[in-house]
Design a protein around this ligand. Structure first.
Ligand code: 5GP
Ligand code: ZN
Length: 115
C-alpha cells in the first residue's frame, strides 16, 4: 500500500466508498462523480500506478477484472443492454488518480468516439 494513495486507502477501508464487489485481489465501488447511471471503479488491491506498469505477472489479475466487470453488470442487470470498461492512462488519456482503475459504465447508450 502507498500511504498517500487515495485508492489504496479506499481498498484498505480507510476512506469510505460504496463498495459493490470485493475479493482478495480486487475492489469495485461507485464513482463519486458518476458519468452514467451505473459508474463503478474496479481497482486492484495492490498499488499499480498506470496501465503502463503492468507486467506479465498481472495477466491473471487483468483477466479477473473483466470477469468481475461482467459479474457486476449481470448482477445489476445491465449486461444485456451493454456497458463500457475503460482505463485512462497518463495525462492525455485523462488519468487523474495514479492507481490503476477500470471505469465500468452502463445504464445509457455510449457514444463513439469518446471525448
Ligand atoms: P481517472 O480520470 O483517473 O480515470 O478517474 C478517476 C475517477 O475517480 C474519477 O471518475 C473520479 O470521479 C473518481 N474519484 C476521485 N476521487 C474519488 C473518491 O474519493 N471516491 C470515489 N468513489 N471516486 C473518486
Ligand atoms: Zn494505490
Amino acid at each position: 500500500m502507498i500511504t498517500d494513495c487515495l485508492f489504496c486507502k479506499i481498498a484498505a477501508g480507510e476512506i469510505p466508498a460504496k463498495v459493490v464487489y470485493s475479493d482478495e485481489t480486487l475492489v469495485a465501488f461507485e464513482d463519486i462523480n458518476p458519468q452514467a447511471p451505473h459508474h463503478f471503479l474496479i481497482i486492484p488491491r495492490k498499488h499499480i500506478c498506470t496501465a503502463l506498469d503492468l507486467t506479465t505477472a498481472d495477466n491473471e489479475l487483468i483477466g479477473h477484472v473483466y470477469q468481475v466487470a461482467g459479474k457486476i453488470a449481470h448482477d445489476l442487470d445491465f449486461s444485456e443492454d451493454g456497458f463500457r470498461l475503460v482505463t485512462n492512462c497518463n495525462s492525455a488519456g485523462g488519468q487523474v488518480v495514479w492507481h490503476l482503475h477500470f471505469h465500468l459504465l452502463g445504464g445509457r447508450d455510449m457514444e463513439w468516439p469518446p471525448g
